[in-house]
Ligand binder design. Structure first.
Ligand code: COA
Length: 328
């Protein structure tokens, strides 16, 4: 059975840097409040008008170039996002067209902060069964356009940023490297603890008086509590599946929602923070893009070498969570 090997990584973040203090133009907030609770110093925002598929395209171009693949060699595109260009269709088909492709299949994954982990699991299954040999997986988000800039929006609004990351995944025969195991979970009982409820098929939003369009709701403390527990469980499951001790893993890449979540997981396993790749201070929470952006920067810094043992884990809206164990 072929293994799935990540052969190229890429990322794109818009050039506009928005520092915590810059947010005071919109919210009653402070650098101290944001940094001490989340670890975020700044994030990137697009200049409007912008397109999530376009951000994904820039990241994809870099990943393709680094893997030495042409778009025409792709068998499948998987696009993870909570902020698609359109209500439907998904952004995958828009990216497919931007890449100059004619009929290559494209599918969107709507698992929010767990989108990239879910996407890897999906790609891995297509490769293991032999159906596809070369897959492009993209996580891309534009969140600055849905942020609620009213006073009620400040808790959510200060946490999120825009950006994109991409990987090319290829089938490798007789490989000792690649994706070893994936574990996925969801728990819809908590769907309303972190959601954007409108626009919705349940309401005729455009004619409702007082309709406010998109507005994210987050029960921060509840989300935090579950994130720490589930992320820890997901990491443990990846370790157990491989029979690895936590100490022998070279790099953990956890979804970047809050540095305190990563610190709590590190503490649980008795690991130093330098085993965890973090860049939330620069980009905030970029949802489905956060893990591939981390992978790209970690690779550029030489922290991912052939043979490196890596665990990825994510938790997010849904609730959804999961982990991946791989050898780079
Ligand atoms: N600036 C200043 N004050 C703010 C604020 C902001 N941007 N947002 C909220 N506050 C205020 C609240 O109104 C509240 O005030 P009150 O106590 O007078 O009612 C207070 O800060 C709440 O602070 P605290 O209890 O210290 O917040 P917290 O420790 O729960 O941290 C989060 C808040 C959002 C950072 C934290 O709950 C969290 O990270 N949750 C998980 C988020 C997450 O991971 N989301 C994505 C999942 S993938």
């Amino acid at each position: 059975m072929p293994r799935s090997l990540i052969t190229g990584v890429g990322m794109y973040v818009p050039p506009k840097v928005v520092r915590n203090d810059d947010l005071r133009a919109y919210f009653d907030t402070s650098d101290e409040w944001i940094y001490s609770r989340s670890g975020i110093k700044e994030r990137r925002w697009v200049e409007e008008p912008a397109s999530t598929a376009e951000l994904g395209y820039y990241a994809a171009q870099q990943a393709l170039e680094r893997s030495g693949k042409r778009p025409q060699e792709l068998d499948l595109i998987v696009f993870a996002t909570l902020s698609p260009d359109m209500y439907f269709p998904g952004s995958g088909v828009l990216l497919q067209h931007k890449l100059g492709l004619d009929t290559t299949p494209a599918l969107d994954i709507r698992q929010q902060c767990s989108g990239f982990v879910y996407g890897l699991a999906v790609a891995d299954q297509f490769i293991r069964t032999g159906m596809y040999r070369t897959i492009l997986l993209v996580g891309a988000e534009i969140q600055s356009t849905w942020i609620d800039y009213s006073p009620e929006g400040r808790t959510v609004g200060v946490l999120f940023g825009d950006g994109a990351g991409a990987v090319v995944i290829e089938a490798a025969e007789n490989a000792h490297r690649g994706i070893l195991s994936t574990h996925l979970y969801s728990q819809g009982a908590y769907a309303r603890e972190l959601c954007v409820a409108e626009p919705s098929s349940a309401t005729r939003q455009h004619i409702l008086p007082g309709s406010y369009g998109m507005r994210a709701y987050m029960n921060g403390k509840e989300v935090f509590r579950h994130a720490v527990q589930r992320m820890g469980e997901a990491v443990q499951e990846a370790l157990s599946a491989q029979g690895w001790q936590a100490e022998e893993v070279d790099l953990f890449v956890l979804h970047q929602a809050n540095i305190r979540i990563v610190q709590a997981v590190a503490e649980f396993f008795g690991l130093p923070m330098d085993k965890f790749y973090n860049n939330i201070h620069k980009y905030g929470n970029t949802t489905a893009a956060s893990i591939p952006i981390c992978l790209t920067e970690a690779w550029e810094e030489g922290r991912l070498q052939p043979g490196s043992k890596v665990i990825l884990a994510a938790f997010g809206s849904g609730f959804t969570w999961g982990s991946v164990a791989l050898i780079w």
